[in-house]
Each structure stands twice: as C-alpha cells, then as structure tokens.
Design a protein around this ligand. Structure first.
Ligand code: PSV
Ligand code: MN
Length: 388
C-alpha cells in the first residue's frame, strides 16, 4: 500500500486487545515478584487497561480469564469497562488449575471430570452473555506425560464431544476460538498440539469455530507466517495471542525478541485481508510482565504490534507482485526488506497526533504520574495474580 492516508486509516482502525492477567502479578515456577500498584481485582485491572487505551488509542478491548476475573456482578464489571471507554473482549476459560484436571479436563478418562470441565466452558458462555463478549477462547492443558498413559484417539473423541456441546450453546454473534500449544504442561502428548489439530476440530464444528495462533506455542523454527496465510485463506484464523519467546512459551512483550517475525506475520495478515473488519481477526496480546512494570510494558507491546503493522502496510505490493511474477528472487525479497527497514515511528506519531494523542505513548504515560499514583493508592488487599 503506497497511499499514506490509506495506511494511516488502517492503523487507526486496528484494535489490539490486552489481557487482564498482563496487569497482575506473574512469574516463573521459581518466583513471582510482586510489584507496587498491581490491581487487587478485575475492576482495577480494567483501570490499568484503560491507561493503555488512553495513551495508544487502539486498545479498547480487554480479555478476561475465568476464574481469575470472576466477579459477583458481571453487568457491573461491564458498565465499569464502558465508563472507562473499554469493552470486554474474549472470555478465556481455565480448565488447568483444579486438582480434578490432573489427567486432563475435557479429555479426562472419567466422564464426571469431563462434565465438570464442559460445565466450566458453558459457564464461560454465560459470562459472554453477561458481558457482551463475542469470543470464547479455549486452551486446554490436556495431554499425557507417558507412552501408554491414555488412548490418544480416544482423547480426541472426548475433546470433539465437549467442543460440539459448547459450540451448540453459542449464539449467532458468538465465536469459539480454539488455541493450540505444542507442549506444556503435558510433555508426551498434547491433545491440541498444533494448528492442524485445531483447524480439523474447527472445520468439523462449523463457521463459528476458528483457530487462535499464540505466537509462543510453536517449535523453534516453525514458519508461523505460513500458518497465518493458510488459516486466513481458509477463513479459519480467529485471533492472535501475540507475545514473544526465546525458548518456549515465555510470554514476553510482543515484538521484543523478533520484530522481523512479527513483521512477516503482519505481512501475511495484510496480504490476506486480515486487517479488514469483515475478516474479524482479534489481535490479542497474551503476555505476563514478570520483571518489568506492567502498564508501560503493555503500551510497548501495543506499539510494537503497530510498528510491525505499519511496515507491512508500507510494502509496495505492486512491485512485490511484479518481482514475484518475473521470478526475481532478490528483487522480491528486497521489496519486503525495504518496508521492514523503514522507520515507521514518525508515521505512527502523526497517526497519534491526528487522534489527539501524544506522539510517544510510552513517554507520555511515564510522565503522567499514574505509575506512582497506583503505587501509593493501591495499598492493602491482595494483589491479583495467576490464582485470583
Ligand atoms: C496457555 O499457555 C495460554 O497461552 C492460554 O492462552 C492461556 O489462557 C493463557 O496462556 C494464560 O495462561
Ligand atoms: Mn495464549
């Protein structure tokens, strides 16, 4: 796209959804480092998300995680979001933190445990209804640790049965987003290990079921942009969980480890219509900020996604197509690299100025005093984390 006003319009309309858990305390299995000013409840998490939106202008949606964000009164939480200029995004189910799920949730050999897991997913659909959330996001920790531990294809049957029951409950405007992950916490088999498994289940379920690509959930060296292109072509890319990783599912800031990979992904998104409203791709972040301040880290992640998107939008698609058709390998690669090597920060600063925002959201947030304010105000109570 070479028309700058069209590039700016596309950047203004992109929505990036931030995760409620990104504002809470998190860590590794070795240590969770508490931070001052961390939210004590979902209402305060939304207040932090509102800061990110206030400075970036493109983050009006927040994913909730149940039960971490369980509240008595969902309409009140939804109104609180609206008062802050936000809306509730995906409802993330959690069938991985209950003793009963040690051997699996919807794929567990015991039908009673499967019932409990499926009921949780149905509860999440109820919460979607109460909050106006359009997306049910499913990730299963299910799998096995040892050869022979359970019947691999039998577990697929159980998974399909649970998914079909939940799919049936969805309304016309609700979607099921199925996330895959190569490994962890199961280490021998994982029941939804890859995009192919997620795609096959979604295809069988119907048009309201789509795949989530979490950028941290692949083997090293996997060509994620190929997966993105394939799923978009099939109308089955529902959402991203953006983050970056060095080794495994590190959940670091999107675009931090490999901005070139993020650019290549966004190129396939742009090329295959994934930025268009009708395609309805949900650009979510799935990150935890263990050692860095959380609100500025989410701001940085949002701007990293915007930078990758801007570069992808700046690719001279006509020159690229011409070089590709003539089989000019070096010229085609050169067109892509020219866009990647463009400094898009001034363009994004203009976009923000046109939206009435500060040119540099990261600096503006740090200068606002909010970080110090929440540290002083949020004293007492229990800080939110993975279990709350
Ligand atoms: C699993 O690793 C995952 O990526 C899923 O999206 C979860 O819901 C999320 O992390 C939070 O733990
Ligand atoms: Mn994820």
């Amino acid at each position: 796209m070479s028309d700058v006003s069209a590039v700016k319009a596309a950047l203004k309309s992109q929505v990036i959804e931030t995760p409620s858990w990104g504002y809470g305390n998190s860590g590794t299995r070795f240590k969770v480092f508490a931070q001052p000013g961390v939210p004590r409840d979902p209402f305060e998490k939304l207040a932090d998300a509102a800061q990110v939106h206030a400075y970036t202008g493109v983050a009006p949606k927040v994913s909730l995680h149940i039960p971490w964000d369980k509240v008595e009164d969902y309409p009140a939480l939804t109104r609180h979001a609206e008062d802050l200029g936000l809306r509730i995004g995906a409802i993330n189910s959690n069938v991985f933190q209950d003793d009963d799920f040690k051997l699996g949730s919807v794929t567990h050999p015991d039908p009673k445990v499967r019932r409990k897991a499926t009921d949780h997913l149905l509860e999440c659909v109820d919460i979607m209804e109460a909050t106006g959330s359009p997306d049910l996001k499913l990730w299963f920790s299910d799998g096995t640790n040892y050869p022979g531990q359970d019947d691999i294809s039998g577990r697929q049957d159980r998974l399909a049965e649970a998914l079909a029951e939940v799919y049936e409950r969805l309304g016309d405007d609700q979607r099921m987003l199925l996330e895959y992950k190569l490994f962890e916490p199961a280490f021998y088999t994982t029941d939804v290990p890859d995009w192919g498994t997620a795609y096959a289940h979604c295809l069988k379920l119907g048009p309201k079921a789509q795949v989530v690509v979490d950028t941290g959930h692949h083997a090293p060296g996997t060509n994620i942009e190929f997966i993105v292109a394939f799923l978009l072509r099939e109308g089955k890319l529902g959402a991203f969980d953006f983050n970056s990783r060095f080794y495994a599912d590190d959940d670091l800031m999107a675009g931090a480890a490999d901005p070139f990979q993020l650019f290549r992904i966004m190129h396939e998104v742009v090329k295959n219509g994934g930025l268009e409203a009708e395609t309805n791709v949900n650009f979510m972040l799935d990150q935890c900020h263990n050692i860095e301040a959380k609100i500025p880290a989410v701001i940085r992640s949002v701007t990293n996604v915007q930078e990758a998107t801007a570069k992808a939008l700046l690719i001279d698609s006509e020159a690229l197509a011409a070089a590709q058709h003539s089989g000019d390998v070096l010229a085609s690669n050169g067109v892509l690299m020219d866009a990647f090597n463009t400094d898009v920060r001034p363009l994004l600063a203009e976009v923000r100025e046109e939206l009435g925002l500060a040119r540099d959201p990261f600096a503006a947030y740090l200068a606002s005093g909010n970080q110090e304010r929440i540290a002083t105000d949020r004293v007492g109570g229990e800080q939110a984390g993975w279990g709350a």
